[in-house]
Ligand binder design. Structure first.
Ligand code: GLU
Length: 449
């Protein structure tokens, strides 16, 4: 683990003390603070006025009860969260996650990451995140709708197009955003399209938003490979997950001529030496909402399903972890390095443990951290807000072109910042510093906020 600069160490100690029992939040903060030693060595004034301390403290944290009635008529209770982390650059912006693992620490880690990610996009958006420990698995459409309506019945008073703009994340896709928007509209009697992003195309959504996180991650990796005169074409790629990020990562990799050799879900992974059939994955995951084991059962020859195994054992040139936090451990990283992985691009938020990141970087593997590589999703959300504000609707091509430019700019900002701070090729450092400096500059201009 990299050391934290001795001037910053007490700030981290205070974060640990004040946020006890939140390991993912500690991990996310630590990673950024490790990068800041070089910043204050160059610009000591960034250590003034408790600026770093303020950036580590969310502006507002909301926790609420979400009661709802299931299909059997039983009353169920879940807990809802919205952490409004930082609004220096714009309204709070970030997704909502529905997953049984959600707790305050997870939402804080995501909100903290989101703040720097959003800054990196160059769009006017602050950072926030929300969610619930509600488990959508096995729930009927009616149950999902009633849950979303109850969740919004509290959330609506805290959000707005100029205040806080939620979107999707794990467990929250187009269906859920539709139910949430419908309830917001009823409660406020306003057609405020810009209050949520990831909306359906018929009611103010943006073209390419669904694809944006995955497509963007692939654009980032392609540009990162180009720094070593390499390209995606002909490469073996492993993409973990089979949700929105993974599916559109796979789609873009195929468009660039790469070969997907494995994907997964929380129950196991499937490898396919003939190349994963994305149409079949989409049908199983997006239409039927079934387990990935179904893929091997349907496709048969050449496929292999491993229940509970590690997808990172499958040899590949490029790994794109696109499932969830801490899914790539030190052991997984060692297996990937042993199999000569060239590049790792994080599609999910913080999928590699600190141990894994160190192993990749020490082995000279190109490593793209999530807050840079997966920023295409939220960047396109900002484009959706822009279209809503101007009551316009762009073509797919125009939106994707903006996305590609934004990803190129994020890549270059990370690479140039790493170089400027004496660590060429260190995208973690580059992303953390470039994101931090933008947020810090805005906060400084606003006084003690
Ligand atoms: N949940 C996504 C992320 O982690 C997207 C957020 C958004 O579009 O606001 O960045």
């Amino acid at each position: 683990m990299t050391q934290i600069d001795e001037k910053i160490e007490p700030i981290f100690a205070e974060v640990l003390r004040r946020n006890a029992g939140e390991p993912e939040f500690h991990q996310a903060v630590r990673e950024v603070l490790e990068s800041l030693g070089r910043v204050i060595a160059k610009h000591p004034d960034y250590a003034n006025d408790a600026l770093i301390e303020r950036i580590c403290e969310p502006e507002r944290q909301i926790i609420f009860r979400v009661p709802w009635v299931d299909d059997k008529g039983q009353v169920q209770i879940n807990r809802g969260f919205r952490v409004q982390f930082n609004s220096a650059l714009g309204p709070y912006k970030g997704g909502i996650r529905f997953h049984p693992s959600v707790n305050l620490g997870i939402v804080k880690f995501l909100g903290f990451e989101q703040t720097f990610k959003n800054a990196l996009t160059g769009m006017p958006i602050g950072g926030g995140k929300g969610g619930s420990d509600f488990d959508p698995r096995g729930r009927s459409d009616g149950e999902i709708m009633r849950f979303c309506q109850s969740f919004m019945t509290e959330l609506y008073r805290h959000i707005g197009e100029y205040t806080d703009v939620p979107a999707g994340d794990i467990g929250v896709g187009g269906r859920e955003i539709g139910y949430l928007f419908g309830q917001y509209k009823r409660l406020t009697n306003r057609y405020e399209a810009g209050v949520l992003t990831g909306k359906g195309l018929v009611y103010g959504g943006s073209r390419a938003r669904t694809e944006a996180t995955g497509y963007g991650a692939v654009y980032f990796v392609e540009r990162m490979l180009a720094t070593r005169k390499l390209e995606l074409a002909g490469k073996r790629v492993v993409v973990s997950g089979a949700g929105n990020v993974a599916i559109y990562t796979m789609e873009k990799i195929l468009a660039f001529g790469g070969k997907i050799v494995a994907c997964s879900d929380s129950s196991g992974y499937v490898s396919d030496e003939t190349g994963i059939d994305l149409g079949l994955v989409k049908e199983i995951k997006e239409v039927r909402r079934q387990r990935i084991s179904e893929y091997a059962r349907r496709k048969g020859t050449g496929t292999h399903y491993v229940e509970g195994g590690s997808i990172w054992d499958v040899p590949c040139d490029i790994a794109m972890p696109s499932a969830t936090q801490n899914e790539v451990t030190g052991k997984d990283a060692r297996a990937l390095v042993k199999n000569n992985v060239i590049a790792v691009g994080e599609g999910a938020n913080m999928p590699c443990t600190p141990d894994a990141v160190n192993i990749f970087q020490n082995a000279g593997v190109l490593f793209a951290p999530g807050k840079a590589a997966n920023a295409g999703g939220v960047a396109t959300s900002a484009l959706e807000m822009q279209q809503n504000a101007s009551r316009d609707s762009w073509t797919f091509a125009r939106t994707e072109e903006r996305l590609a430019t934004i990803m190129r700019d994020i890549h270059d900002a990370c690479a140039e910042t790493a170089e400027e701070y004496g660590a060429p090729g260190d995208y973690v450092l580059g992303a953390n510093i470039a994101g931090f400096v933008r947020v810090a500059e805005a906060m400084r201009a606003m006084g003690v906020v």
